[in-house]
Design a protein around this ligand. Structure first.
Ligand code: G6P
Length: 474
């Protein structure tokens, strides 16, 4: 493909800023993604000559790569130079579903059900070879695109081997690696086969800087390096918290499509026996095992069981958007969420009251609508690198929103003072926290929401991005 070998700044991530769907007529439709990385990169502007290297995720993306040679049409990317890699589908599936999402994601979020899994047999070893090949494809593309002394920010657990591979190809480059996930404690990380665990650490240590969202995850990484490699060598371990994009959210949350969805949601939520709008407990997540949606529903059921006075007066609005549905364990989890929501509605629902309103189709405008009207936000992950929902809700809330927040979310380090903290495994405690949140006096809720919003926007994505770039070039 055409490459200018001149990019001064590069970003590498599995999921890129745009993805394509292939229509029946053979036409390609580009859909731009949001997220911290997109808004972070926008801070340097389109003239900076940055290149974003990402993978083709599905058939539409692979077709776009076939037609363009991988250098995407800037008209599809908002002017951003994007190089999309067409990794063979079987290799991609093994790397993404097999290693990244079944092994590494599970290790860092401590999700294994250890009496049965993992077992790291022959299938795992074959998948590992694909993970290496996929990482090598990234390292080679980056080496190809980068100008002399260029800086690259490599993202996440999908690409843990890239820094080491790239260092060997291009010793002149400044390399940063950023983990958006938690990092596993040493004893848990050592569930991985020793050689693989060492390879992962050495891969990341190929970077000049290995960065994390909180001190806790950075310390866990350093502890793993100490234990398995005797230290972090010359790599500096850094922390860069990522906040909500306040300006974008406030503007986006007041567009007409959000207002429309608020009206529809209000209709669904309805009014209590006195005629007042029902109270709402809102959650918005990908249907992801680490998000702990099932225990959230159990806590809500406990609340209705223990405190009958809440019946007819509260609605749990749960948005659980599909995620990683190629994996059976995710599909099963999604099914469990649906079942439990149905069970609660059957058990407690009345002709005029649906206790749980569950939506599974991804709709950003509707999420913002729910953020605006939420009385309580429930963010109870088992473990989470940061969790941006906890930061976005207080920013766009209309009348103040109490936040029930897991102490295992990275965001907890920044928001604990004004949130109601819970142990995500403790359904009883979570139910009590929901009650406390629902009965919080209006003025206190408003006060806390204001402080939460300030803390949540202290490190906007642009700053998160520029700080890393600056440190890397220093
Ligand atoms: C987490 C990861 C990201 C990932 C996102 C969505 O936030 O840190 O790297 O992109 O989940 O997951 P998906 O598998 O859909 O890309």
């Amino acid at each position: 493909m055409a490459t200018l070998h001149d990019a001064p700044i590069l970003v590498a991530s599995n999921r890129g800023p745009v993805s394509y769907t292939l229509g029946d007529d053979g036409g390609l439709t580009a859909r731009r993604g949001g997220g911290g990385l997109v808004s972070g990169l926008s801070a340097i502007g389109p003239d900076a000559g940055a290149v974003w290297v990402c993978a083709a995720l599905g058939d539409g993306d692979r077709e776009a790569v076939r037609r363009t040679g991988g250098a995407l049409d800037p008209a599809d990317t908002g002017g951003q130079r994007v190089r999309m890699l067409g990794v063979p589908p079987e290799v991609y599936a093994d790397a993404y579903n097999g290693i990244a999402n079944s092994a590494l994601w599970f290790v860092h979020h401590m999700l294994f059900q250890t009496p049965l899994e993992p077992s790291f047999g022959a299938e795992f070893r074959a998948q590992w070879a694909s993970y290496e090949a996929y990482n090598r494809a990234f390292a080679e593309a980056l080496a190809d695109e980068a100008g002399e002394g260029a800086a690259v920010l490599v993202q996440d657990y999908h690409l843990a081997l890239v820094p080491g591979m790239l260092r060997a190809l291009r010793p002149d480059m400044r390399i940063g690696h950023f983990s958006h996930t938690p990092w596993a404690p040493v004893d848990y990380f050592r569930l991985l086969p020793d050689d693989i665990a060492r390879q992962l650490l050495r891969g990341i240590l190929g970077a000049d800087r290995a960065c994390f969202l909180t001190r806790r995850w950075a310390d866990a990484f350093a502890a793993c390096c100490d234990e398995l490699l005797g230290g972090t060598g010359n790599t500096r371990v850094g922390v860069h918290g990522l906040g909500a994009d306040g300006d974008f959210l406030r503007e986006r949350a007041h567009r007409p499509d959000v207002d429309e969805r608020m009206a529809a949601l209000r209709e669904q939520i309805g009014t209590d026996p006195s005629g007042a709008p029902r109270r709402t407990v809102v959650r918005v997540d990908r249907t992801e095992l680490s998000k702990n949606i099932v225990r959230g529903l159990l806590a809500y059921r406990t609340l209705l069981a223990e405190r009958p006075d809440w019946r007819e007066r509260v609605v749990h609005v749960a948005f659980a958007y599909p995620s990683r549905q190629d994996l059976a364990v995710y599909r099963d989890y999604t099914e469990r969420v649906r079942q439990l929501a149905d069970e609660i509605n059957t058990e407690y629902g009345t002709p005029g009251w649906t206790p749980v309103v569950l939506h599974v189709e991804d709709d950003f405008a509707r999420s913002l609508a729910a953020y605006r009207l939420a009385d309580v936000a429930l963010v109870n992950p088992i473990r989470d690198g940061m969790n941006l929902v906890a930061k976005e809700v207080p920013v766009v809330s209309d009348d103040g929103c109490a936040l029930v927040l897991s102490r295992e979310a990275g965001a907890h380090a920044e928001l604990a003072e004004d949130a109601l903290s819970v142990n995500p495994y403790d359904v009883t405690e979570t139910a009590h926290a929901l009650h406390e949140a629902l009965t919080m006096p209006d003025d206190e809720r408003a006060r806390r929401t204001k402080r939460l919003a300030a803390a949540a926007t202290a490190l906007p994505p642009t700053r998160w991005f520029l700080d890393q770039l600056e440190e890397l070039r220093a």
